[in-house]
Ligand binder design. Sequence first.
Ligand code: 9WN
Length: 470
Amino acid sequence: MSAGTTDGRRAGTADRPRTGAPGPRADTTPGAARDAVALRRLAVATLEANWEHDHSVPSRTLYPHQWSWDSAFIAIGWSHVRPERAWRELGSLFRAQWVDGRVPHIVFNPALRVGSYFPGPQFWDSALAEGAPAAATSGLVQPPVHAPAAWLAYRRAPTGAGRAALARLYPRLVAQQRYLATRRDFGAGGLACIVHPWESGLDNSPAWDAPLAAVPADAAAMRAYRRHDTAHVDAAHRPTDLDYARYVALVASYRERRYRDEDLAGRHPFLVECPLLNAATGAAEHALARIAPLVGADPGPHRERAARITEALVRRLYDPTTGTFQPRDLRAGRLVPARTVLGLAPLILPDLPARQASALVAEACSPRFGLAARMDRPLPSHDRTAPDFEALRYWRGPSWMNINWWVRQGLLSHGRPDLAGGLRDSMIELVTGAGCHEYFHPDTGAGLGSPAFGWTAALLLDVLADDPAG
Ligand code: 9WN
């Protein structure tokens, strides 16, 4: 495998060509990806092309900075081909950690021109916050999938350098957990709240429609801004202007308080306990319990916290009448009724009680999501039978590799290799047909959003390597 050409340089300057095309053309044409070798080559070429000095961009066109949970998924991919990059990826992200422990969801590359992403660093103005790093960042978080990623990367490449990287990361991963457990538990029930849909990673999921409806905003407010996303992708495949007006209003509300979490409870218009973010927090404690002995720390407290998070998830977010997990809208004081793929996320927890685990498998196998040992397409992001299911619009229906990878991990840890196998085959088939797209049409498998997308490539490498027949 060739060494990356951008190593050691701050590429991505204003005059850099901004195409999404990675590497040599023959390697990146979906039609060439006929078998596992070609697919692997496609994935590696995509990762190489998105590498930027000390991190990976999710996409050269749509997302040219560093994103938090993208970097975690991408590190898993790097661990298969260039483990040192997995550690650099996580290391660069955690260098932007705030003093309070939050890991910002975007770390901006100062070399890029103004307007390369909306909302950019000027809009976030992280410098006004106490304890923000020197680098410009957003003030929000994303699901903390970094400890599981670090553990998987180390397990894949258990070298001395990997162990040293784990030792450096460990206190930072612990601080991230502490931030979520202490500053974000607005419901005082043992779960962290998201204060913006972007924090869930599933931005315009129908799960957020009800809580977002309480955020006063007008689509016309977007006339004051220039959206960057719709210059690259069909607007019909993206969140609406009204969604964006609300996103912007929520950031403004948080920014006005200099991103301080104190007193947010009574004032901020969006406070929701998300099943995915909290499942990630629980999975992170499980991963930290595996990492702790390697770095001379005690795994006991991590196991205890993991058990408490699982218990809180079941107590606060599991709905026995629907048999799935649903977000809790703290301001409205109720569970959100939409049955989205977010509800399946707690399956990742190995200590999820058998009752809830079987309910989630049944939910995943229902016509809403279509999981089976032989299946044509991976799970969609929303209930296929719901009236607001939209096959083309972002997190309201399309299939995504990271969510399917997540569900597959859960199926493996709950003793369902048959279903995990069906899911794996359908994921590989999807990328074979369409290339490393950001998301996919849930029926036709057509590639949507950005081409050459980082976590699609990374997680493809992971499922390819995990060959049950090999
Ligand atoms: C806002 C980078 C990110 C992902 C999110 C995905 C999308 C950003 C956007 O892209 O969100 O954070 O501009 O739409 O929803 O999951 O991390 O890939």
